[in-house]
Write a protein that binds this ligand. Sequence first.
Ligand code: SF4
Length: 102
Amino acid sequence: MQTEDMCPGTTDFKVIKEKKLAFEGVQDEIEVIGFISCGGCPGKKAITRAAEMVKRGADTIAFASCITRGNPIGFACPHADKMKSAIIAKVGEEITILDYTH
Ligand code: SF4
């Protein structure tokens, strides 16, 4: 959420459409069913928001690269690991989690 003012996720959508980087080799059609933020530090809302996406059909959750890689200003999320483990605990291991997009 801290990155929303400087990035609307354009490259995320581009690499999904072109099946590049984190989406390289995906054979199936990729349908984006939602694009959400963490809800602000420390990211607690990401857990219920991810669960809602799964409820609506998501089989994969991709963490945008601003979270784990700090794009575009080199400032990664200090809560990323905790957020990821809490999401896995909530949605289950059968949902694929991608650690970055590009
Ligand atoms: S630093 Fe992490 S918890 Fe804070 S707004 Fe960014 S992604 Fe969310």
